[in-house]
Design a binder for this molecule. Structure first.
Ligand code: ADP
Length: 390
């Protein structure tokens, strides 16, 4: 198990002229984890997150970073904020400069980077959020999702270990929300610890490694999401509703069906539960295959040519740069979120699919397909597209 990177120990806080917002909370976050603080408005989520980079100091209790209590002098806070980046709920409050470049450059410039280092940090960060080439644009002309990405790039430019997001999907449409959640997944895959607050339990459920359910400044429940969100009374108490697939699973269990032990997180998992529950013979005989195109291992493969040669084969992309590549090559994407599971679903119907993927996500695809095949005793081929096949 990895090291604890952030910890709250019995913290309490009352806003000046307000009621007690945090009433004795303790929990920890491990390096590399994806943590979701979930609860209704006013539960205390933002207040806790603001404590993690020292913007609010608890009245009592301690916040520890890397097992050391936070100090609140200017120099210590500066060092802390280099390690714990905070993305505000409203990007308009975070973006302050007339151009995207200047805005993203703000942090590294303040940290005393040279012009050359600033340029490298800004271009790197814009690339990681899929906004390469946006440097000269005025931020107030961008869409909500793009502004959010600028705010994220501004934090990434300082290369923090931990990324804290207050309501990362607020104000975004469903597709924009899914894109942001996928970006958070990608950043986590690249080694960042990611902590979010949200009241969107459906988004948090398949995403988080652990969830902390909050109400009125206290923790109601802290566990892996299928346990944290699996108690109907607690979920109702927190004025939330249970994730749909989890609710279906529990309902089937209550009706006496024999179900797999692992609780479903996605539609694919749920389908598996239903198949088992009703002892249906699956309606497919020979599963289809999944083809991977790793944009980092072969640059000259003709993807549009491959797509033209395989009409009707659905295409998904995983990773910001993979999506950018697809856009550059004018390839229509059928899937941009939950791509692996959607391709497995296709394979189960005997259909083939293509995933355009960044190098860092290739292992993830193999792992997920292998795990699914092992659990369900099916065989789905995953092959790589190289120039030879192009
Ligand atoms: P959440 O992020 O879960 O919506 P918050 O942390 O923003 O919750 O708020 C927790 C509690 O603190 C709420 O009761 C809220 O009204 C109160 N609160 C938040 N900010 C302030 C403030 N600046 N002044 C006074 N009370 C505040």
């Amino acid at each position: 198990m990895s090291r604890i990177i952030l910890e709250a120990r019995d913290i309490r806080y009352r806003y000046p002229r307000g009621m007690e917002a945090i009433r004795g909370i303790s929990f920890h976050v491990r390096r590399g984890e994806k943590i979701a603080l979930v609860g209704p408005n006013g539960a205390g989520k933002s207040t806790i997150l603001l404590m993690f980079n020292g913007m609010i100091r608890p009245d009592s209790g301690t916040i520890l970073f890397d097992n050391v209590p936070i100090s609140y002098d200017r120099a210590s806070l500066r060092t802390l904020r280099k390690s714990v980046g905070f993305v505000l709920q409203n990007p308009d409050r975070q973006i302050i400069s007339p151009t995207v470049y200047q805005d993203v450059a703000f942090g590294p410039t303040n940290l005393g980077f040279t012009d050359e280092e600033v340029k490298e940090a800004v271009e790197g960060a814009l690339g990681r959020v899929g906004l390469s080439g946006f440097g000269r644009r005025p931020p107030h002309h961008l869409s909500g999702g793009e502004k959010k990405r600028v705010a994220i790039a501004g934090v990434l430019a300082m290369d923090p270990d931990v990324l804290v997001f207050d309501e990362p999907t607020s104000g975004l449409d469903p597709s924009g929300s899914e894109d942001i959640m996928e970006l958070l997944d990608e950043l986590n895959q690249q080694g960042k610890t990611v902590i979010i607050s949200t009241h969107d339990i459906e988004l948090a459920y398949p995403w988080a490694d652990r969830a902390i359910l909050l109400l009125n400044g206290r923790i109601l429940q802290e566990d892996v999401p299928d346990v944290a969100f699996g108690n109907p009374e607690l979920v109702r108490k927190a004025r939330l509703s249970m994730p749909t697939v989890l609710e279906l699973y529990l309902e089937l269990g209550r009706r006496g069906f024999c179900l797999p032990e692992r609780r479903p997180k996605t539609v694919l998992d749920m389908l598996n539960v239903i198949d088992r529950a009703f002892r249906n013979k699956p309606c497919y005989t020979q599963p289809g295959s999944i083809t991977l195109f790793d944009i980092d291992s072969s640059h000259d493969t003709d993807i549009p040519g491959w797509c033209a040669a395989h009409p009707g084969v659905p295409v998904g992309a995983m990773g910001t740069r993979a999506k950018q590549r697809a856009a550059d090559e004018k390839i229509w994407l059928d899937f941009t979120y939950g791509v692996i599971d959607k391709c497995i679903l296709k394979a189960l119907l005997g259909e083939h699919s293509l995933i355009i993927v960044t190098g860092s996500m290739v292992g993830r695809v193999h792992e997920r397909v292998r795990e699914f095949c092992r659990e369900n005793q099916v065989e789905i081929q995953v092959s790589s597209l190289s120039k030879r096949h192009g």
